[in-house]
Design a protein around this ligand. Sequence first.
Ligand code: AHR
Length: 541
Amino acid sequence: MAHSCGRLASGLALVLIAVSVTGPAKADAGIDDTPLHSDATVSASADGPTIDPNIYGQFVEHLGRGVYEGIWVGPDSAIPNVRGIRSDVVAALRRIKVPVILWPGGCFADGYHWRDGIGSSEGRPRGLNAAWSKSPETNAFGTHEFMDFLDQIGAKPFVSVNVGSGSVREADDWLRYMTAPQDSAPGEERAANGRVQPWEVPFIGVGNESWGCGGNMTADTYAAAFRHYAAFLRTYSGERARLIAVGADTDDYAWTDRVMALAMNWRPQPTPLALTSDRPLMWGLSLHFYTFAGNDWHAKGRNVDFDENGWTAALARADLTDELIRRHSEIMDRYDPEKRVALAVDEWGGWFQSEKDAPSQLYLESTLRDALIAAKSLNIFNRHADRVRMANLAQMVNVIQSLVLTRGAAMVVTPTYHVFDMYKPHQGAKALPVRVETPDYVRGNVRLPSIDLSASRDASGKVHVTIANLDPARPNRLSIHLNGGRWRRATAQTLTADRIDTRITFDKADPFVPRPLPVRLAGSDVEIVVPSKSVTVLEAE
Ligand code: AHR
């Protein structure tokens, strides 16, 4: 007899899970592929918060082939490029509307000196990348090239300044260089280097992982550093600088508590008569969380040729994203009940053992499992859109969970890329509350809701529901009830593959291209059968 238990997915979405007692999935033997059944409700009448487009943001670091080859090939390259930036990558990223990119790191950022990356290419120092195995750093890709890249794809910058080995002065000088008017010394220098108009720099990361590679600081030390930087960091172009403070690694809740307590406000303990300001010093607080196959940083699990245990372990860890966001948000709520400070999940993604390249390059081949990790994580961010207003996939090109992979002149898009493409209608749409009753996918002692979804309504009134089916063997007959409305028409696209570890290759056609899925409409209900191990987007009116 089935029993049910409730688990509350925090934030907007209430996810009810009926625990199945059907025992472990039999995917290994390939036996039981009869469809399961799930019921979902989307509340059309209750608009939630806007899903900030920046939840679909990206992260690029000087690491491996992420920048050099992946983005920058130089103007003399035989690979088609515009001013040194490869055109195939730009075209792919434009298509999925990348809204914002974090750069130059990662750990690299706290060793980066921006002056090394401006001026004539011959004059730039040839350095060593201290963060990543002292590999050569030509500095050919610097501020101007990054901004040019953003212009070419239509994205905004999120620049991380050097706190660990830099200074307030160096960071302020960089902001002046980027944002001051032309008739100022920094503006003149920028113009002499080819850019007359100031750039907009809407997001500024104040250090990176200051608890680790960014300075080995305690929360109190970092909070003091953040307060100091915040007193001087501004943009000179009229736009308010949105500062993002270094937040926790994974489940370091004490860090979140301390940094919120000490650094959110100019005066943590205002007195009744003294000068004060009610605007938080920080626009956002970051969270870094990576998905491995398991919970051990030193044993991340295989990236390819993994078995069902590798599938389950990774998806179980990705599932923790919900709890992490909920618990960090609860702490933030204590200091900021109005949720003025965003939680910026500015490094996330599936990070497994590299198979072939030098391990320090962190180049990972991409499999169907990555698509499910992305779908689940993005659904979770959407459901927490009230607090999560920035997220950055690590790391866009050729590093960890990429959107595109390059090999010399060749480029392929990954299954993760297709997920971002399928999910792009959520950008800027109103989140809609969802509820789902779904059997668990069970393997060993892991139990996961087989269906995970999120929904939104865009400006034209279209509803999009994005659905991940985590069960590697069993399709799912999903009825989606629209509360407070009737469906008039609906279409769906789905992404799946033959095997859980199907991977993208350079020599075969892309096996992950989403294909149409039949949809049955009946008044306020829509029914689709989502394949096992799939990601689906339903568009309905
Ligand atoms: O994304 C790779 C590394 O992971 C980043 O440089 C660092 O910030 C994090 O630990």
